[in-house]
Design a protein around this ligand. Structure first.
Ligand SMILES: Cc1ncc(COP(=O)(O)O)c(C=O)c1O
Length: 375
């Protein structure tokens, strides 16, 4: 990613807003936080929204506000960033880890169904990489068993599942605005959307020490506040989000086109969903070799995520359950994320694709790409 390229066009406006906030010295939960709350809630099409400190706190607060606690099991994919699982554990529940679907590497609804027990209280589908999880069968399963659905939408701001945005599909959803996310702050921030006003109200209480007035504490809460600088920055970036997401989709489509018919396996979004490509992972058999080769050509890569949650040491000795992991185990040894950000140029995409194909299929006459350019 190239964060400087994203900052350049908004630099002057951001500095003006920051100067204004610092002149007024209203630094926490002020007018920008309130306005951003309204604007992002409307953007998601959700009934209610609360801005918080980060995506992990957001998921924790959403789960607790939905009634998840000790004695409950929560079903989540093992293939996710570990924060998903941490939030479940911090809520006092037992994570039940399930496999993902091969095309999108998001939760397999059939596996989720097989994991339901009398103790199950909630399901946490993760819209990983910006690909919406297959929500209809998950919501149907939840209806049948009276379970809450809390979407982890940390990587999926603006994605659509059918005609609805991620974050407006389940009972509640959590977002991360970590600075590398598609909608990134200048540090840390997060968000909870909720269907039920009581859930949003509980998140508000959890966010600010359970305050109902300056000296009264209704519940034992936390400090999940968002500061004004983050909120002001996010308001500016939100205005351009849809345009940035279009660029990501165009870039992903170009990569996919260039890799068509090759041994580079790409993810496929469901025809009824509109992903937002927070990342662009491909699958290759010699992942480590490819990473080293691309590095020689000045191309940065990442692995999201090489060790699934069910094999993390953090869960050793902690209650959790784990189902069959065939797809997850096959994927985690092969996935590698290629450069993906809105400002990526056509030449850069060609350059990356050509180098990937040179390595994966030596001798193949790949895309007619420039020979020397940093991506
Ligand atoms: C899928 C997923 N869930 C949760 C989180 C946690 O968000 P944060 O880093 O803002 O706490 C992240 C972000 O890194 C994420 O990618």
């Amino acid at each position: 990613m190239d964060l400087k390229a994203a900052f350049a066009p908004i630099r002057d406006e951001v500095l003006r807003e920051f100067a204004d906030i610092l002149d007024r010295m209203h630094l926490m939960l002020g007018p920008n936080a309130e306005a951003f709350e309204r604007e992002f809630t409307a953007y998601c099409g959700a009934p209610h929204g609360v801005a918080v400190s980060n995506g992990t706190d957001a998921l924790y607060a959403a789960l607790v506000a939905c009634g998840v606690g000790p004695g409950h099991e929560v079903i989540a994919p093992s293939h996710t960033f570990f924060a998903t699982i941490e939030a479940i554990v911090h809520a006092g529940a037992v994570p039940v880890l399930v496999d993902v679907e091969p095309d999108t590497l998001t939760m397999d609804p059939t596996e989720a169904r097989a994991a339901v027990t009398d103790a199950t209280r909630a399901i946490v589908p993760v819209h990983l990489y910006g690909h919406p999880a297959d929500m209809d069968p998950i919501l149907e399963l939840a209806r049948e068993h009276d379970l809450r659905v809390v979407e982890d939408a940390a990587q999926a701001h603006g994605a659509f599942y059918k005609d609805r945005r991620c974050g407006n599909l389940g009972d509640a959803a959590s977002f991360s605005f970590y600075f590398t996310k598609n909608l990134g702050a200048v540090g840390e921030a997060g968000f909870v959307t909720a269907k039920d006003p009581a859930v949003a109200e509980k998140v508000r209480l959890l966010r600010h020490h359970g305050h109902t007035s300056k000296f009264e504490h209704e519940i034992v809460g936390h400090n999940f506040r968002i500061d004004e600088l983050q909120a002001a920055f996010l308001r500016i970036r939100l205005r351009d989000l849809d345009h940035a997401l279009d660029r990501r989709r165009a870039n992903a489509a170009r990569y996919t086109e260039l890799f068509a018919g090759s041994d580079v396996r790409v993810l496929h979004s469901r025809p009824d969903s509109t992903p937002v490509h927070h990342l662009y992972p491909v699958r290759v058999s010699d992942r480590d070799g490819l990473i080293a080769y691309l590095s020689e050509w000045g191309i940065g890569t990442g692995i999201h995520y090489p060790i699934p949650a069910h094999r993390q040491r953090a869960l050793l000795g902690r209650p959790h359950r784990c189902h069959s992991m065939t797809v997850t185990e096959a994927a985690v040894g092969e996935i590698v994320s290629l450069p993906m950000y809105p400002e990526l140029s056509e030449d850069q995409i060609h350059y990356v694709a050509k180098r990937v194909l040179d390595f994966v299929e030596p001798g193949r006459d790949a895309a007619s790409a420039p020979t020397q350019q940093s991506a």
